[in-house]
Write a protein that binds this ligand. Structure first.
Ligand SMILES: *[C@@H]1O[C@H](CO)[C@@H](O)[C@H](O)[C@H]1NC(C)=O
Ligand SMILES: *[C@@H]1O[C@H](CO)[C@@H](O)[C@H](O)[C@H]1NC(C)=O
Ligand SMILES: *[C@@H]1O[C@H](CO)[C@@H](O)[C@H](O)[C@H]1NC(C)=O
Ligand SMILES: *[C@@H]1O[C@H](CO)[C@@H](O)[C@H](O)[C@H]1NC(C)=O
Ligand SMILES: *[C@@H]1O[C@H](CO)[C@@H](O)[C@H](O)[C@H]1NC(C)=O
Ligand SMILES: *[C@@H]1O[C@H](CO)[C@@H](O)[C@H](O)[C@H]1NC(C)=O
Length: 934
């Protein structure tokens, strides 16, 4: 038996070695992944994605194995997240198990049919001693990773009925959600009477609990439900605030990763959330009060050490060994060894039942404790930014820790430990702290009398806000939080908890090399690595400018405190030079909501450099924009909201903001983050929203009669269609439930769009959302040739989407491609050329720097050096307010003293529009036409 196993191993290694030897050096049979932020101290298991070039690995005939620099095989679970049209694999998702040994990186090798290695490794994964055990009954699903066993309920209020540690102790019970809300807030001055306010408390109610198919290395349990009233106050509030929780468990790991999503479906005038939490009971019966431990993460790895009954600092010392044990979280020695002057007087030492940490701002947290309800709280010295993790448990009974990623960045948050002196304690993680003022999602102004389109458009002239009553609604926006739960047999060391706190805040990421992604063409061919174009002084300058911009935004996020439950992940749009602040309160200049594609700048900058800080920036933006700036329920489902003072406030609801092209890299690199995957499917629903929301209702020529109709939607190719097209492409790649329909609509568009006399220069035309066919706009029913060119059409991911479509499907109708290349050519061509080609000059050709990438695109596709030079000329000599050039200062100025609220670094020459377009254009020009001529 021993020898056969050894032989199996040897065969495996030999097979890998011989497969490698047979392949050419540019082999794409394997790919390596490395840790984004260096080898982590703790590996609780991780999922990641890998791209594969077209035509290499047939999905039905390929298996994948993982290896590390060690000789031991690495258990691997694989699933396909995308396919090329020929059936070959485009993206895979993989999971590796938790492990004590963590390696620098891993190599994933694709093996063909009949490979002895693949069946060996499959057997190993399925029967290996650490593989996950799943037991499903009508009541629950139990997942046992070897380190923790979790029982997920299928009905009722408790999502998790129990969490058992490796030795079988129940260390957590009755995991449930809590929601508190109130029907109003005290708006008035101090002497006003508050209105009658009704307070309600809700608990989770489960609709559905499922486990995904393969659970060999990673189990994924998804629970959907809603918050249901659970109080005796007489409130009769309906069920609301639907939730989805996804629990990820990895073989050989005690960590449970929970992705918690809510959709706001309340009435902003009447439903004020005053607390949103996750609570677990922790059984403590049988544990001495002085052997029960409270640990709360503080600042920079700091941990608060407390016991329900403290034995340190007393007038009569129980003994050093006793004190050390309590501090260290180990069981105290038998009381016979204690100093009797202490051991006989324990009844006089107060016991601490409740602890509460509140982080109501990104700058400070407080902690307090009390002996019980009805007695005063006692302040514990707090700090600046809490790690967001709390542990409750005992030396003998074990315990539970819960942590929230980005705890302080998503303030107001808090952590409660309750009833620690009773037989059943509890930990509550508050994603929205009940100690904060209630969440107020009402509009920030009363409409200012803007009751006609004429007034709304006039107001746009002064504040740049596009207001309309009824459109400034949070109904349907969402938020996703990432929570970690850890189970322990006994109180862990504080160093361990500090490690878990950093793991919670920076969950390790495995990612492949920029070259692997680029060469696969699975995320387009419009970017390349810095090394590919380095060498000249002008390129070095451009690179340093992109570096400057990414660091600038990272610093502004911190200095300007762009944090908060709804805000974390967004950046601001425009700066107010006079006040030395971003225009957080001025209409369309406030929150950016992905305007002009900063997401594409940051993601592509990450793809080409592999830089960890940029990944984190882009990741937070992806989570924010897809959830908060987009709608998931109601009439606006699938649409996003234009930039504004409140993320959901502006009345321009368009798919240009919710477009999946901004979140696609995140989706595939994470191995198909399931929440993001759901949101991508949801964008397909936008076809319905197009009927309910006429995007150009305020700006259309009043002579044009238009009634939205699914067979004739009046859409812009860039701000409307490109977003749906990105969703269709993803559906096609993923072979989602509607992939054939999505493909068919794209093919119909490829066929019919070029039949518009002026192609993309037509700008807006009629789209049949049942078939994907285009017809001339109502302004030109004869198809004589409309000219409607807008600087906005090509700055929300249309080039990137069309390039990805072309790479995905090279059989694409060439008329469509040529129509696109014409648009790319003529947008910034001379007026004379425009007139010669279309009979008329274009009225709009602003954002020239941003559009230089269109020129570069056609230069590349038509292999035209003159155009390449034109692209760089446009990039370097835009000379408008919407560009950045080498003449700009490329430095910040320190503002301090009484000029600003806090000392800040400002760059008045930067707007986020310009930064986004500069970065994206620089990346694309370098890749498509190479360095500028010196
Ligand atoms: C695998 O897929 C290819 C392409 O879709 C198909 O031609 C082939 O018959 C399939 N083979 C098996 C064994 O299913
Ligand atoms: C094993 O897989 C590799 C990589 O796909 C392939 O080159 C090799 O021919 C396969 N070996 C056998 C025996 O099928
Ligand atoms: C409902 O409320 C009661 C009383 O406060 C509480 O004991 C119980 O745990 C709550 N149920 C849930 C599922 O939270
Ligand atoms: C226990 O804690 C003391 C400090 O209170 C420390 O010096 C000692 O090394 C710790 N012992 C163990 C076993 O962790
Ligand atoms: C020591 O512990 C035992 C067992 O828990 C208990 O019965 C006894 O009262 C304790 N002695 C003192 C002096 O507290
Ligand atoms: C949704 O759209 C329909 C049709 O335009 C309209 O009647 C209804 O009031 C809208 N609902 C909301 C909540 O805006």
């Amino acid at each position: 038996m021993m020898s056969r196993q050894a032989l199996g191993c040897l065969t495996l290694l030999q097979a890998i070695a011989s497969a490698a030897a047979q392949l050419p050096s540019n082999s794409s049979n394997s790919a390596t992944v490395k840790w984004l932020e260096g080898v982590p101290e703790y590996n609780s298991g991780v999922s990641f994605g890998l791209p594969w070039p077209r035509g290499q690995h047939l999905a039905n005939a390929t298996t994948f194995i993982a290896s590390s620099e060690s000789k031991d095989p690495v258990q691997l679970q694989t699933w396909v997240t995308a396919y090329w049209p020929d059936g070959s694999i485009k993206w895979t998702g993989h999971a590796i198990a938790g492990s004590d040994d963590v390696y620098d990186g891993y190599t994933i090798t694709a093996t063909g049919p009949g490979n002895a290695t693949s069946s060996t490794s499959r057997r190993r994964a399925a029967t290996g001693q650490n593989a996950i055990q799943v037991t499903e009954s009508s009541e629950d699903i139990v997942v046992d990773t070897g380190k923790v066993a979790v029982s997920f309920s299928k009905t009722g209020s408790f999502l998790i009925s129990s969490i058992k540690s490796s030795s079988g102790k129940i260390v957590g019970q009755n995991g449930r959600l809590i929601l508190k809300s109130q029907s109003g807030v005290a708006d008035g001055e101090e002497d006003d009477k508050p209105p009658t306010i009704e307070y309600s408390t809700f608990a989770s109610k489960i609709y559905d609990t499922t486990i995904s198919g393969d659970s060999s290395v990673r189990a994924l349990v998804t629970i959907q439900g809603i918050h249901q009233l659970n109080d005796t106050s007489g409130s009769d509030h309906v069920d609301w605030l639907p939730f989805t929780l996804r629990f990820y468990l990895y073989a050989n790991s005690e960590a449970i990763r929970a992705i918690h999503t809510i959709i706001f479906d309340g009435d902003a005038e009447k439903d004020f959330i005053s607390g949103l939490g996750i609570r677990f009971d922790v059984p403590l019966a049988g544990e001495k009060l002085f052997d029960r431990h409270i640990r709360i993460a503080g600042v920079e790895g700091g941990i608060l050490h407390e016991s329900v009954q403290g034995l340190t600092g007393l007038r009569r010392d129980p003994g050093e060994a006793v004190r050390n044990a309590q501090f260290n979280g180990t069981k105290t020695p038998a009381n016979s060894t204690w100093n009797v002057q202490a051991s006989t007087r324990l009844q006089w030492i107060p016991t601490w039942n409740d602890y509460r940490l509140t982080q109501l701002s990104p700058d400070g947290f407080n902690i307090k404790k009390r002996t019980k309800a009805g007695q005063s709280w006692l302040k514990i010295p707090g700090g600046t930014r809490a790690g967001g993790l709390a542990y409750l448990g005992g030396a003998a009974v074990g315990g539970l820790a819960i942590g929230l990623r980005d705890f302080w960045k998503k303030y107001p948050a808090s952590l409660d430990i309750s009833n620690a002196a009773t037989d059943t304690g509890s930990i509550t993680l508050w994603l929205y702290s009940p100690s904060a003022e209630p969440m107020d999602l009402r509009p920030y102004h009363d409409g200012l009398g803007e009751d006609t389109y004429a007034k709304q458009l006039d107001a746009l002239e002064i504040t740049y806000e596009d207001y309309e009553s009824g459109y400034n609604t949070p109904y349907g926006i969402g938020r996703t939080n990432e929570v970690y739960i850890y189970a322990f047999d006994s109180t862990p060391s504080s160093d361990r908890l500090a490690t878990l706190t950093s793991h919670t805040n920076d969950p390790p990421v495995l990612v492949t090399t920029p070259e692997t992604i680029r060469d696969s063409k699975a995320l387009g061919s419009y970017w390349t690595t810095p090394a590919a174009t380095s060498g000249s002084a002008s390129v070095a300058t451009i690179e340093s400018h992109m570096d400057f911009l990414t660091k600038f935004y990272e610093n502004q996020i911190e200095q300007r405190r762009w944090y908060g439950f709804w805000d974390h992940g967004d950046i601001m749009h425009t700066y107010d030079d006079d006040r030395h602040t971003w225009r957080y309160d001025i209409g369309g200049y406030a929150w950016d909501n992905s305007e002009l594609s900063p997401d594409l700048f940051f993601w592509n900058y990450f793809l080409r450099t592999g830089r960890a800080d940029v990944y984190r920036l882009a990741e937070a933006e992806a989570r924010h924009g897809f959830e908060v700036d987009s709608y998931h329920l109601g009439n606006f489902t699938g649409l996003g909201t234009r930039h504004g003072v409140q993320h959901w406030g502006d009345s321009a609801k368009q798919v240009r903001i919710s477009t999946p092209v901004y979140r696609k890299a995140f989706y595939y690199l994470t191995g198909g983050d399931e929440r993001t995957g759901d949101l991508i499917h949801q964008i397909l629903e936008v076809e319905k929203a197009f009927v309910l929301v006429d995007a150009r209702r305020k700006v259309r020529d009043p002579g044009v009669v238009y009634t939205p109709d699914p067979t004739a939607l009046y859409l812009n190719f860039g701000t409307d269609w490109a977003g749906v097209a990105a969703a269709y492409l993803l559906e096609w790649e993923r072979r989602g439930p509607r992939w054939e329909e999505a493909r068919s609509k794209l093919l119909e568009t490829f066929k019919t769009y070029p039949k518009l006399k002026n192609g993309f220069v037509t700008g807006e035309a009629l789209y049949n959302s049942y078939t994907g066919a285009w017809a001339p706009p109502p302004t030109d029913p004869q198809n004589l040739g409309n000219i409607s060119v807008s600087h906005l059409s090509a700055v929300f991911g249309v080039l990137e989407t069309i390039d990805e479509l072309t790479e995905h499907y090279p059989e694409i109708n060439q008329d469509f491609v040529n129509a696109w290349l014409d648009y790319c050519y003529y947008y910034s061509a001379s007026k004379a050329e425009q007139k010669a080609r279309y009979g008329k000059e274009f009225s709009d050709s602003s954002l020239r720097q941003g559009h230089s990438r269109l020129t570069a695109y056609v230069a590349n596709k038509r292999n035209n050096a003159t155009l390449a030079a034109r692209a760089w000329e446009e990039f370097q000599n835009d000379n408008s307010s919407d560009e950045l050039s080498p003449d700009d200062p490329w430095a910040t100025v320190r503002i301090n003293g009484s000029l600003a609220l806090t000392p800040v670094d400002e760059a008045t020459w930067i707007t986020t529009n310009a930064a986004a377009l500069f970065g994206l254009s620089a990346i694309e020009l370098l890749a498509l036409v190479g360095p500028p001529k010196e």
